[in-house]
Design a protein. Structure first.
Length: 431
């Protein structure tokens, strides 16, 4: 198949940054006044463990203004998945309702607290998802976050435009990071730092090993009915893998309207009645059904199926789709987290999708992977043309027997002027 080749404005450079490596680190990009104490800004201690999955982190850096990574490869470390963090006080009220800067400062303060209680820090961020009210807020946040991260340890980054559960909030985020201290099972950190939902854990710390990604599961009915049916269907698939609610790491709910959050959470509390809710994120979408829910779970080695690094799964009786699998099971402690990919601004949706897949193939190649080893995809689109183009083009890129688990979400915007689609991906290396 002939494809239009998208040439990046700047060459992408693969930079390997291993914990404790002998190369000279550059100075963190923060002012003398803003620099945190040396202890909290120090690099992670080198691991003493060895073997084929000894802890390792690599950064594939981009050439954008703040230098965020196009992808981050993590091997052998416990991962930290946070809930959606909002710029709110202890009563759940938005701080600085009229000030974007004030909200960003509060958000980063709360993120620091969540990371600390999970045994992580800003230097150990892997991927950041920002949910914003528009491009202006996004740019301010990217600049502020860049002041908290080392030039050679920048996370991958994805942003999307969405209304938020707390109406006056201009921005929220959730992150994936890595931790140093080992854990034997999924550990929920439940201090609820700045959370208006006291049942939702701040973060889940996950042992290195396998991860099960379940695609977004849409349902009809009222918000409560759809949430109940969607959650139960996902738990049924967990049961197919001999997993339960104690293995759930993170839940993402795409819903409309955002005012139905409380109703949905009431249902989820009942579903998880015997255990605190894991971290949750809410994104408002535009759809013909009220919601869909996607889920991430820890996959212990005892639930692995064979020796393949990734297994694609569709429940019995479900016709496989060439565009996505109902689940993808990562069966190794190695993952590549790819940040939001954008096409060239102000071109048509088909061209944007083609350009994004060209970028994706190049990143995967440089990182030792390929399209057949994608585990999870999230597509945010803002118009019907782009959505249709995405549906038409995906089968031309994916092996129909192994498409990634995925969610495709129509949103008001992707927070980048002139763009109508942004994608982020999770992959594993080729054997």
């Amino acid at each position: 198949m002939l494809r239009r080749i998208f040439v990046l404005a700047s060459a992408t450079l693969l930079i390997v940054c291993l914990s404790g490596c002998g190369t000279r680190e550059t100075e963190p990009r923060v002012s003398q006044q803003a620099r945190a104490p040396a202890k909290s800004r120090s690099s992670p201690a080198p691991s003493q463990r060895s073997g084929p999955f000894a802890p390792e982190v690599r950064y594939l850096l981009s050439a954008d203004a703040e230098g965020f990574s196009r992808a981050v490869y993590v091997q052998g470390y416990p991962l930290v998945f946070t809930r959606q963090i909002l710029p709110v006080d202890e009563q759940g009220k938005v701080v600085s309702p009229e000030s974007t800067t004030g909200q960003i400062d509060k958000l980063l303060e709360l993120l620091g607290q969540v990371l600390t209680q999970a045994g992580s820090n800003f230097d150990q961020l892997v991927r950041v998802h920002a949910y914003v009210d528009g491009p202006g807020t996004l740019q301010q946040f990217r600049s502020a976050l860049a002041q908290r991260t080392r030039a050679e340890r920048c996370p991958a980054f994805t942003a999307v435009q969405s209304r938020l559960p707390t109406p006056e909030a201009k921005i929220a985020l959730d992150v994936i990071a890595y931790a140093q201290e080992p854990v034997a099972a999924v550990s929920l950190q439940g201090a609820q730092v700045g959370s208006p939902w006291l049942a939702c854990a701040d973060a889940a710390i996950v042992p290195p090993g396998g991860t099960l990604y379940l695609s977004g599961y849409p349902e009809k009915g009222s918000s409560a009915e759809a949430a109940e049916k969607s959650a139960q269907a996902l738990l049924g698939m967990l049961g197919d893998w001999k997993l339960g609610i104690e293995h759930v790491v993170q839940i993402k709910v795409f819903l409309q309207p955002m005012e139905s959050v409380e109703e949905v959470e009431t249902v989820l509390k009942k579903v998880f009645a015997s255990r605190p809710l894991p971290p949750i994120t809410y994104v408002e979408w535009i759809a013909s059904v009220p919601l869909e829910i996607e889920l991430i779970a820890h996959l212990p080695a005892g639930s692995f199926r064979g020796q393949e690094p990734i297994v694609f799964y569709n429940p019995e009786g479900v016709k496989p789709s060439p565009n996505f699998s109902r689940a993808a099971a990562v069966q190794i402690p190695q993952q590549l987290f790819i940040g939001g990919l954008l096409g060239q601004a102000s071109v048509d949706g088909t061209t944007q999708v083609e350009q994004i897949f060209d970028q994706l193939e190049q990143i995967l190649k440089e990182a030792g992977s390929d399209l057949r080893h994608l585990a999870k995809a999230t597509y945010y689109v803002s118009d019907k043309e782009t959505s249709s183009a995405l549906d038409k083009l995906r089968p031309q890129y994916f092996d129909p027997t192994r498409p990634p688990a995925a969610s495709k979400v129509t949103v008001p915007g992707v927070a980048h002027a002139g763009s109508s689609v942004v994608m982020d991906m999770i992959a594993v290396p080729k054997p």
